[in-house]
Design a protein. Sequence first.
Length: 408
Amino acid sequence: MPRNSQHTAETLLHRLLDRFEAPLARTRDITQTIDYTLVGGPAAQDEFHRVLRDAERAGGVALEQDRLGRFTGELARVRLVDPEKLYRFLVRAPAGVTAETAHQTILAAIPEILADPFFRDIEEEAIAAWRGNKSFLGLSVGDVDMFLTILRLTYGVTNLAGRDIDHRTFSRRTVKDSKVLERMEGRVAQLLRRWDPKLVGEEPREVLEASGIVRRAHLLQVRGPLQLSSDTLNIHGTGDVFIGLPWQAAKQAALAHAVDYVITIENPTSFWRYSTEIDGNYLALLTDGFPARDVLSSMVHLVRHVLLLAPKTPVYHWGDIDAGGLRIAAHLEDAIGIQVRLHQMEPKLALALGSPLRSQKGLERLAMRSGEIGRLARWLCTEAARMLEQEELDPTVPVIAPNESTWS
């Protein structure tokens, strides 16, 4: 008899076994009270009583009545008396049996993955949870195939070598389904964080992109005095606009001369406007949200070349005033290795033009940082905090004052 979510006799009987399988010390018999307001009308109650009395005749439970029930025919509670007989009545295998079956299935399916101690520990943790009739990663013992897929995907990410790979190509090559990673990326990211606690990113997509799994292999869009000569490309500056470069080519590029400042910009529209509306001697780079691993390495290459030419060149980041925008800024700051200054990411702008903050994910950790990122994170943790998408603002030139903060 299959379990279902309605208040049926089968549901009640399964709850008795669920409690029996829970890994808790019990000092009393396991009983389940009956709430007739959840059962339904007379026909539903007749069926409810029939199943319970069949279970009692099978020897699995005892039915108990209160004094009033002797006149109304209603039952007060059901008591578990013989779990083995109730298992047989419900045609249900004990959790320990189903967990062991799952364990053997997993061992046979992915022996090479379980050779890694990290993944062996994950599998043992899942089996222990299923033996106690608990879920693991939100999966029940009946979700073994999904669990195997998650382990295969996670193992594939941890063993990814070389350049970034797009989301769907990786998913297809790893588990023969191009869309399954999109459905399971939250669970995969959860395991990746356990595998490497230093892995950056709060959202699943950020964790995957930091690990080399990208939604699209986007070009590095850049505006500035870029210099690149090769068999296939010959570039001497981007002129008054910007260009897009494959990340491999960008890592071969240099700058023709020093610039007054570097600015990284989170969103495409703001980058395009900045590059076409703001004149001057600067290097502008598009992060396009949370930058993919190879795009980030190309950005770092160019910024470090700028700092070699002029070590005191200020580096700014312009993004959304929210938790995500600050996570991007912090990721860039860590990758470049110097403090990044924030441009047009000021509390007064958010208070004047912004809207209620939707998420504080990651802000507590960012608030412990020094510099402008830490200060803005601490403000976003207050009740006064508001968020602002950068597209609300027109591009402006940073006020370049080496010993002065860009916001207060």
